[in-house]
Design a binder for this molecule. Sequence first.
Ligand code: FE2
Length: 404
Amino acid sequence: MKRVLFVDDEPRVLKQLQQMLESQKDQWDMAFAPGGEAALTLLAASPFEVVVSDIAMPGMDGAAPMKIVCERYPAIVRIVLSAPQEMETALRAVPVAHQFLLKPCDPNMLRVAVERATSLLNILSNKLLANLVGSVKDLPVLPRTYMALRQKLAEPEASIRDLVHIVEQDVAISAKVSQLLNSSYFGLPREISSVRTAVGFLGIDTLQNLVLSAGVFSMFDQLALLPGFSCEELQAHLQLTAKIAGQIPASAHLRGIAVVGGLLYDVGKLVLAMRAPAHFKRALQGAQTEGHPLYVVETDLMGVSHAEVGAYLLGIWGLPSPVVEAAAHHHNPHRVPQDSLDAVGIVYISNRLAQPGSGHAPSAESIAQLEIDPDYLERLGVSEQFSGWQEMAKASASELHLES
Ligand SMILES: [Fe+2]
């Protein structure tokens, strides 16, 4: 039984939730708190796995209860429910929530959100994984400049000038960003020499993503050479995946998440190369000689694969949970309960489309070659779009000069 605590200052809403979730009684042990103070008292008295809370409550200011839950009980899954008009405030005010859901929330959506978040937590709390990659304090931290950009963007009056200034202050990152900008990736009409001009061409979201990719890869640039593994190739592959992910039709919010997921879903390989090079080397060799996927060999050898390791790091970095989920499930998206295209689906499909040779004329055969399960595409309702996406992937790959 999962213990789930619901918090809302309006007794009517709590009552509705209780009635709505009647059918969950066999799986969830539920408690209902009429406000932040009451919730904290219940949490202090007995352990919970999930807190689902309203965002705007009197007594405690806005996100305060969630912040306290995050500090005192970091292992608890935190889901915020907010009315559409509070959504923007909620997103700005609560970097401590794992998920946001809009009120009124359909019981099925709430059930899926809780199940998804807790299944992720099981992966992330795997002891083997913690032993393998070391304690949290030994892991690289989220690139400082990216973090600063995110914080600045959360301020309502942040200007482009402030944002550019943050990037320019980090000389190493600025240099990497310029290098990426002037690579064939963007196909910009002329050489871009300043971050400021780049923002004009590409927009602040792209700049933020570039800073993230450059920052992450620069943390791992001291890796020992491992046969069959190249950081440059991995970064190029992730950029192609992100580029494809950004072109799959989705809401602006989902697209933003999917692009970040596309840039980072394989970061676990870098962590393994850094923290467990001997194991990773054996896995690479094993994958090559046995012809099995790398993640399968890793799991046989180490009990976890780069997918879980990557998700673990991204979770520690506090990236939005759909990004963490996209990394955790990028080889097995089927295990996620989903019936429409979400970040897990987009990142998975984009990764498959970014494989070498994916630009061939679309056919049933080429789908099989890509190892995409047609039933999975069917389940997400995107079978018909897929051949168009293959063409788009082909064009993206040739822009990047990756396709033979
Ligand atoms: Fe992978």
